[in-house]
Design a protein around this ligand. Structure first.
Ligand SMILES: [Zn+2]
Length: 322
C-alpha cells in the first residue's frame, strides 16, 4: 500500500503514485475536519492510488472536500477531472496557474513555448501523451493569493506561500504550527530524477522564491518528487538540515546556470538562443547530473530553463516580478 502516515502529524498521509510508467509523484491527504488532497497526480492516479489509500483509512473518494493543487502541471492536476467525477470537492489553485488547468491548449502552448517556437519540434506525440494524462480541464473554484490562510478546521491552517518560477503560480502550503511546507515542484534542486535538469520558466522569480523559502521557519519540506541535490539520499521529505540544504542547493544551481548562460552569451553574442544554449549545456554537464538529448544537444526534454535565463539576460522586457 503506497500510503504512509507522517511523524509530523497523524492526520497527514503521504500517497506515493507512479505516473507515466516510471515517474513518482507524491500526494498528501490531510484528514482534517475539511478533508484535503494536496495534488491529484495524473488521470489514473485517483482510481489507482488515492482510492485504495483512502479505503485503508475507511474513507472514499467522495470524502475529499478540497483539492489543494500546488501548481498546474499535468502530474499534479491531471487527476482533478477524474476525481471530480467522484466527489464535489472544490479545487484550490494559485491565481497565476489557473489557466493551466482551465485551458489545456493554453497550457501546452505555455510549457512547450521554447520547444515549439525556438527549436521547431513536432509535439504531436507529446500532445497526445499530455491529453492522456490529463483527462480534461477543470474550473478553479477557489483562486488563491499569496499569504492567504486555507483553514481546514480545528488547528489545521495552511498559509499560502507563493513561490513562482517552476510555474507562475507554484505555491507551498505551509502548516506553520507543524513547521511543514507542502511545496510541490517549487524547489527543484538539481532536477526531479536522475538525468533531468531543474525546470523553471522564470529564472529571476525562481531565485527570488528560493531566497524567500530560505527565510521561512520550515522544519520539513514535503516535495512532490525525489529531487536530486548535493547529497545522496532521495526522499521527497526533507527535514532539518536536509530541508535547508535542499533550498541552498537550489539557489546554488540557479546561480550556476545563470553564470553558464551569461558566459555563453559573451562567447556567442548575437548568435541567437541555440548556440548559447549548447555552450551553456556543455559547461554545465561537468557540474550537474543531467543527460543530454542527442537530437538537440540540450538537457533532455527541458530547453525551457535555459530559455528563461537567455531571455532574461538578453531582453529589457520587464517580467511579472512583484
Ligand atoms: Zn511541475
Amino acid at each position: 500500500m503506497a500510503i504512509a502516515t507522517l511523524a509530523q502529524d497523524p492526520r497527514i498521509h503521504r500517497i506515493t503514485a507512479i505516473w507515466n510508467w516510471d515517474s513518482i509523484v507524491e500526494l498528501f491527504f490531510i484528514d482534517a475536519p475539511t478533508r484535503a488532497l494536496i495534488d491529484t497526480g495524473a488521470s489514473d492516479t485517483p482510481r489507482n492510488y488515492v482510492e485504495p489509500a483512502l479505503q485503508s483509512l475507511g474513507l472514499q473518494l467522495s470524502d475529499i472536500d478540497v483539492i489543494l493543487n500546488t501548481h498546474g502541471h499535468q502530474d499534479h492536476m491531471g487527476g482533478n477531472h477524474a476525481l471530480l467525477n467522484h466527489t464535489r470537492a472544490q479545487v484550490y489553485m494559485h491565481r497565476e496557474d489557473a489557466f493551466l488547468v482551465e485551458d489545456l491548449e493554453a497550457h501546452m502552448d505555455y510549457i512547450w513555448h521554447a520547444d515549439t517556437h525556438v527549436l521547431g519540434q513536432d509535439l504531436s506525440a507529446r500532445r497526445a501523451q499530455f491529453l492522456h494524462t490529463v483527462t480534461g480541464p477543470t474550473a478553479v473554484h477557489h483562486v488563491l493569493e499569496d499569504d492567504e490562510i486555507v483553514d481546514l478546521g480545528d488547528d489545521v491552517q495552511f498559509r499560502v506561500v507563493h513561490l513562482p518560477g517552476h510555474s507562475p503560480g507554484s505555491i507551498a502550503y505551509h502548516w506553520e504550527a507543524k513547521q511543514i511546507a507542502f511545496a510541490g515542484d517549487a524547489v527543484q534542486g538539481q532536477g526531479s530524477k536522475p538525468g533531468t535538469f531543474p525546470l523553471y520558466y522564470s529564472a529571476r522569480r525562481y531565485a527570488q522564491s528560493m531566497r524567500r523559502l530560505a527565510s521561512l521557519n520550515i522544519e520539513t519540506l514535503a516535495l512532490a518528487h525525489r529531487y536530486l541535490w548535493s547529497q545522496a539520499s532521495r526522499d521527497a521529505l526533507r527535514s532539518g538540515k536536509a530541508a535547508a540544504k535542499t533550498v541552498q542547493d537550489s539557489i546554488a544551481v540557479v546561480e550556476m546556470i545563470h553564470q553558464a548562460v551569461a558566459a555563453a552569451l559573451r562567447q556567442h553574442a548575437g548568435a541567437g538562443f541555440l548556440p548559447v544554449a549548447l555552450a551553456a549545456t556543455q559547461a554545465l554537464a561537468a557540474e550537474l547530473p543531467f543527460t543530454v538529448d542527442p537530437r538537440t544537444g540540450l538537457p533532455t526534454g527541458l530547453p525551457a530553463t535555459l530559455f528563461a535565463h537567455y531571455t532574461e539576460l538578453t531582453s529589457e522586457a520587464v517580467d511579472t516580478v512583484h
